[in-house]
Write a protein of this length. Structure first.
Length: 158
């Protein structure tokens, strides 16, 4: 699972159609621009099984497109293998964190460091709120927060 440099990150939210695909796309673009994308395995997943196989929410795609960022992700649920293969699992809120820690406890060879993506936010906004029931502005706020967090995460892991 690890890339040539041995680095890997899995971004996680509830359904894998809003926040985590935005974070994945933002991080992939940053890693590409910094010429380190070949050193990373980058993916995203869901704690739930609600949207498996679905494309990201159209508002997520529109927000990313507005910022010249692409995604071809399809929603998937986090697996037990993810805990053994990913170095970092970065999630969006406390509910995701609880679900992931509970699942990790049933994995014998868990190596993943499970954290809130917001723990890397220089503006100290720990939680990345689910924009699903919100407006385009809520998706924009998620995008901006992901940019801040991913920038710091990449700097600390380069």
């Amino acid at each position: 699972m690890a890339a040539a440099g041995g680095k890997s990150v899995l971004f996680v939210c509830l359904g894998n159609i809003c926040r985590s695909p935005i974070a994945e796309a933002v991080f992939r673009k940053m890693a590409t621009e910094n010429e380190v994308v070949d050193k990373w395995v980058i993916d995203s997943g869901a704690t739930s099984d609600w949207n498996i196989g679905s494309a990201p929410d159209e508002r997520s795609v529109a927000c990313l497109k507005k910022h010249n960022t692409d995604t071809d992700h399809r929603a998937r649920q986090v697996t037990k293998e993810d805990f053994a293969t990913f170095e970092y699992i970065l999630c969006m809120d406390e509910s995701n964190l609880r679900d992931l820690n509970r699942k990790a406890n049933s994995v014998k060879n868990c190596k993943a460091k499970i954290e809130l993506l917001g723990s890397y936010d220089p503006e100290k906004q720990l939680v990345i709120q689910d924009p699903y029931y919100g407006s385009e502005q809520d998706f924009e706020m998620v995008y901006e927060q992901c940019v801040r967090c991913c920038r710091v995460f990449l700097e600390r892991n380069s």
